[in-house]
Design a protein around this ligand. Structure first.
Ligand code: AKB
Length: 316
């Protein structure tokens, strides 16, 4: 039976991952940790501990006391926030990752951390972006992600640590809102559609990015962690994606369910520049071949589910 410690457990991914892991492995076997402790299902449905991931000693003590055999390291600053405060991003994203890798090495834990489409840059092939390709990101977040991918490979090669990871696209969820990402518009749009019937996009029309619905993302984490190591050629930073769209396409998908919904544009130059530097559509064939990655939700199916769930959550 696995004993999994999750950092950043109350963030956008963590909030749904904790629920999924507690269903799969038992509530008492999943330790949720975060730097804050608001009331939430993830915090209240099983063991929880406060943890600042930049404090390696505290992280070690939490993992050892819990008897963890697996570390899922999610705590990180997202792309737009990282551009606002690059040094904070470096310290948190790299400092937290090094601590999590060191604790895992010392205690012999299996290890997962996500990379991102942010690990690519303007010189990366934009369409059908290969698994192995040019990575020269122009954002601090991207620099952190490329360094993180390489560091995870290094810990596997050098110390034999069982590191695994995916490059997530923008993730869309009805549980916790993302904070400070470039792809957040694809979540905000659903809230505004239901609350106000309209949305102003900060991403320009025609800007394509890969996306995935959160149930597919958390399933991908479980599937990769459970995958036969003998079949993994890449281990870390697998491209995964479920759909690629630009703002007017998600607006059209919402209009199919809410014909009066309207969208306008007020482009934010910072987040637009980040989005424009990322691929339009990545190739996930290595993840499919090496550990059977699949995604159940396309844009229309996700839109129907998001609107249904958010109507209940927002009592609309
Ligand atoms: C962001 O927009 O920063 C994240 C990501 C794609 O990594 N959602």
């Amino acid at each position: 039976m696995k004993k999994i410690m999750v950092t950043g457990a109350l963030g956008q991914i963590g909030s749904e991952l904790i629920t999924k892991l507690r269903m799969e492995y038992g509530a008492d076997n999943i330790l949720a940790t975060d730097i804050r402790h608001p009331q939430s299902e993830a915090a209240d449905s099983g063991p929880f501990a406060l943890l600042d991931v930049t404090n390696g000693e505290e992280m070690y003590a939490r993992a050892k006391d819990f008897g963890a055999d697996t570390m899922v390291h999610m705590a990180a600053l997202l792309s737009a926030k990282a551009e606002d405060n690059p040094l904070l991003a470096w310290n948190l994203n790299m400092g937290g990752l090094v601590n999590a890798l060191e604790v895992s090495r010392e205690l012999g834990l299996q290890f997962f951390t996500p990379s991102s489409i942010g690990a690519f840059g303007p010189s990366t092939p934009k369409i059908n972006t290969p698994q192995d390709t040019l990575q020269r990101p122009t954002t601090m977040y991207g620099v952190n992600k490329v360094a993180g991918e390489l560091l995870c490979d290094y810990y596997y090669e050098k110390f034999g640590l069982d590191t695994r990871g995916v490059r997530f696209p923008g993730l869309i969820s009805n549980v916790a809102k993302p904070g400070g990402g470039t792809t957040d518009y694809a979540v905000d749009i659903f809230y505004k559609a239901l609350e106000e019937g309209k949305y102003t996009s900060y991403i320009a029309e025609g800007t394509y990015m890969d996306m995935m619905y959160m149930p597919d993302a958390v399933q991908a984490i479980v599937d990769l962690m459970e995958a036969d190591p003998a079949k993994l050629i890449h281990r870390n930073a697998f491209n995964v994606t479920a759909m690629s769209f630009e703002p007017s396409q998600i607006a059209t998908a919402i209009q199919k369910q809410m014909p009066n919904f309207t969208m306008s544009y007020d482009v934010d130059p910072v987040r637009q520049a980040i989005a424009a530097s990322w691929p339009d559509a990545i190739d996930a064939s290595a993840a499919k071949a090496e550990w059977g990655f699949t995604a159940k939700y396309d844009l229309d199916k996700m839109t129907i589910d998001m609107l249904e769930k958010l109507k209940v959550k927002l009592a609309i």
